[in-house]
Design a protein around this ligand. Structure first.
Ligand SMILES: [Fe+2]
Length: 267
């Protein structure tokens, strides 16, 4: 473990005792609302992960307690950060099985939308899947490939890949389409929209297609990419060779959101 990673000014310590009654009430409101929305919409692994981690509505979870369980299950742990951190640092943490998570919660007047991630997005949204061994392997592999992408000047493409999987991914299951992306699971509106609206297109997972697809950070997505299994996701990232797909990155034009380019890619 490289200790200098922790010297960055955005890395901090969770001061759980500083959360106020209002903060815990905000967590309680958001948790209960999403628990109801996700019951028939999220992948089973998320609901199971919450149980394993004892994440519940009554209080904001403590990183130290989550870390004990995460360590035991997959060797992951949370690193408290103040907000967005540089991409290189972010990928470096992932490559060491550490997940940077914010340790503040939104104000009561920001229940439906917040520009930057808070603890509800990071812990409710991202952490439950970190107890899944294959997803944990995928996140570590992503960290390594993300660092390679920076070396190649391909950060933009790694970011699109992260966006359309970790943040906004859908999975095809026997029960139908389900959500696993944290950007969706931490948003009531997008949880319903991503599965039920006729506006967005839902496209089979394809790493090159994803990397060329534009995305917007300030509105619901108009394209979603659908995986079949976490094994598929892990394998695609683990075997990703930036040299091999250099031509796709450099010469293929970007694809707008919300369009299907051939009928076979459609779900
Ligand atoms: Fe996120």
């Amino acid at each position: 473990m490289s200790s200098h990673l922790y010297d960055h000014p955005m890395v901090t310590q969770e001061k759980w005792e500083n959360f106020t009654e209002t903060d815990h009430e905000t967590w309680n409101f958001l948790f209960k609302r999403q628990e109801f929305v996700l019951k028939s919409r999220a992948v089973d692994e998320i609901l199971r992960g919450m149980k394993t981690l004892s994440i519940c509505n009554t209080h904001i979870p403590k990183f130290s307690e989550l870390n004990k369980i995460l360590q035991k299950e997959t060797g992951f742990s949370l690193v408290a950060v103040k907000g967005f951190i540089p991409e290189e640092l972010f990928f470096r943490f992932l490559s060491e099985r550490k997940f940077p998570a914010t340790c503040f919660i939104r104000n009561p007047d920001q229940l439906d939308y917040l520009e930057e991630p808070d603890i509800f997005h990071d812990v409710f949204g991202h952490v439950p899947l970190l107890v899944n061994p294959i997803f944990a392997d995928f996140m570590e592999a992503f960290g390594k490939k993300g660092l390679e992408a920076i070396d190649h000047g391909f950060l933009k493409f790694a970011a699109a890949l992260y966006w359309y999987t970790v943040e906004f991914g859908l999975m095809s299951t026997q029960e139908g389409l389900r959500i696993y992306g944290a950007g969706i699971t931490s948003s009531k509106g997008e949880s319903i929209y991503s599965l039920e609206s006729d506006i967005p297109v839902r496209i089979k997972f394809d790493i090159r297609r994803i990397m060329k697809t534009q995305y917007h950070i300030d509105s619901f997505q108009r394209s979603y990419f659908v995986i079949d299994t976490y094994e598929q996701l892990f394998k695609a990232i683990d075997t990703l060779d930036w040299e091999e797909i250099k031509d796709t990155c450099l010469f293929f034009p970007d694809i707008e959101q919300g369009i299907i380019i051939n009928s076979q890619e459609k779900i």
